[in-house]
Design a binder for this molecule. Structure first.
Ligand SMILES: [Fe+2]
Ligand SMILES: [Fe+2]
Length: 208
């Protein structure tokens, strides 16, 4: 399984938005492999493949990208020929159920991919907040800069408050990681600390 060529799929991330670029792919993959070493040591190859493919559906449509991603994989005869039927099904399920808002991951690999994607696979509040900020810049271009900051902070606070969908995790390591990246944002939003939130914005993320 280690020899499967995924370069065509990896290349797609070069055309995605700043929240889903190559850096995101690598962060999710590294995070997923760490979880796999502990929770699914005999499935690290499949985890690597699923993490690499998890967002390819963005090349079709953002809104339903998890469904489009699963469809792309199901119609990929090369991938199908390289995996056992069970692994192929687990790959499809993992991509189709990776989203926090809609996913219901049932298998161990699917739970690992879902957890690794939470908070973009990052360990860094700045990266997480920048992703939300740049998403707003692209999708709500009429907001002032301060309004962008508040929009991003409000969205992150709502999505990741304990009990909300962004916080749905399957492994304790993910809860620890999310606490580290999200708590400073939630705290600053509650304290209306515009200066701190602004300091989190990184210029490196590209928009398209
Ligand atoms: Fe996604
Ligand atoms: Fe993702």
């Amino acid at each position: 399984m280690g020899n499967i060529d995924l370069s065509k799929h990896e290349a797609l991330y070069g055309s995605f938005d700043g929240g889903h670029d190559r850096q995101h792919l690598i962060a999710v993959r590294n995070c997923a492999l760490k979880l796999a070493k502990k929770y699914a040591p005999n499935k690290t190859d499949l985890v690597y493949i699923a993490a690499t493919l998890h967002d390819i559906g963005l090349s079709i449509d953002r809104e339903n990208h998890e469904i489009e991603g699963e469809k792309l994989i199901r119609s990929d005869l090369y991938l199908k020929s390289q995996l056992s039927p069970d692994d192929f099904e687990e790959l499809c399920h993992s991509v189709g159920q990776h989203r926090a808002s809609t996913g219901k991951p049932k298998s161990i690999v699917a739970k690992i991919i879902s957890d690794a994607d939470r908070g973009g696979g990052s360990n860094d509040p700045g990266e997480q907040f920048s992703r939300a900020y740049w998403y707003g810049k692209k999708n709500y271009p009429d907001l002032t800069d301060d309004e962008q900051i508040w929009r991003a902070a409000k969205h992150q606070t709502e999505k990741f408050s304990p009990g909300n969908y962004g916080r749905r995790t399957y492994f304790p390591e993910t809860e620890i990681r999310l606490k580290k990246i999200i708590d400073p944002i939630i705290k600053a939003y509650k304290n209306q600390d515009l200066k701190f939130l602004k300091s989190l914005v990184k210029p490196l993320l590209h928009l398209y």
